[in-house]
Ligand binder design. Structure first.
Ligand code: PGA
Length: 247
């Protein structure tokens, strides 16, 4: 099981960032759960360089550009150089800020080229009665993975994050039946674009209002391999409680 902590822009203070990292390292020493921290870009170098612990680090996004005259961009190569092992790509908050499926595919390719393991985020904004959202998710997956080799596709972690469930509370998260159905659907789509039984081994995370109150139920009955957690990952007590509940 993986817990990836998406700090978003909740953590704005270097001391708080360092305290959360110290806590994660203590927790990692006591559990088999793999912990991945995705801090805001300016904190990554501060907390990830020289890291030898069982905690690993992720970029929250990578630039669609490579290096060059691009003021304000943070490229995949920079993140890799600072010690990131993973990169979130296609988070709904980046998509809301303008990322298209084509941009996401480009970013994914840049992340992979730098040896980062991508965590590709997909998820519908809402569920329509005709279930057109399934086609929406299929397109997000197929188009994002289109530029990758079979081996790179296999190495991509998929995070299913229904946008309607993000940033709320445990009772608003997708329920276990909905999540199980989506993990099956995602594996089915992956099976169409991956050879043999590779899709059955893909890592699929769930994200969207994961809290200590619901993490165990979701882990038990849905076929997910872990979680992408936002707000509950930036308060020390709820972060500890998440790991304890899962362990
Ligand atoms: P949340 O965010 O846990 O605050 O819902 C999850 C995410 O957006 O990755």
């Amino acid at each position: 099981m993986i817990i990836a902590a998406n700090w978003k822009a909740y953590v704005e203070d270097a001391d708080k960032a360092k305290k959360l990292v110290a806590l994660a390292k203590r927790l990692a020493a006591k559990t088999k759960v793999e912990l991945v921290l995705a801090p805001p870009a300016p904190f990554l170098g501060l907390i990830a360089s020289g890291n030898r612990s069982r905690v690993s680090f992720a970029a929250q996004d990578v630039s669609v550009t490579l290096g060059g005259a691009y003021t304000g961009e943070a490229t995949a190569q920079m993140y890799a150089a600072l010690g990131a092992r993973y990169a979130l790509v296609g988070h709904s908050e980046r998509r809301a800020a303008g990322d298209t499926n084509a941009t996401v595919a480009e970013k994914l390719a840049h992340a992979v080229a730098q040896g980062l393991t991508p965590i590709l985020c997909v998820g519908e904004r809402e569920r329509d009665p005709a279930a057109d959202y399934l086609q929406f998710i299929r397109e997000e997956l197929v188009s994002a993975l289109s530029q990758l080799s079979q081996k790179e596709r296999l190495n991509t972690v998929i995070a299913y994050e229904p946008v309607w469930a993000i940033g709320k509370s445990a009772t608003d998260a997708a329920d276990s039946a909905e999540i199980q159905e989506m993990t099956l659907f995602i594996r089915k789509v992956l099976a169409e674009i991956m050879p043999g039984k590779a899709a059955s081994r893909a890592s699929i995370l769930y994200g969207g209002s994961v809290e200590p109150a619901n993490i165990r139920d979701i882990a038990g009955g849905t076929g997910v391999d872990g979680f992408l957690v936002g707000h509950a990952s930036v308060a020390p007590d709820t972060f500890s409680a998440l790991i304890t509940a899962l362990a």
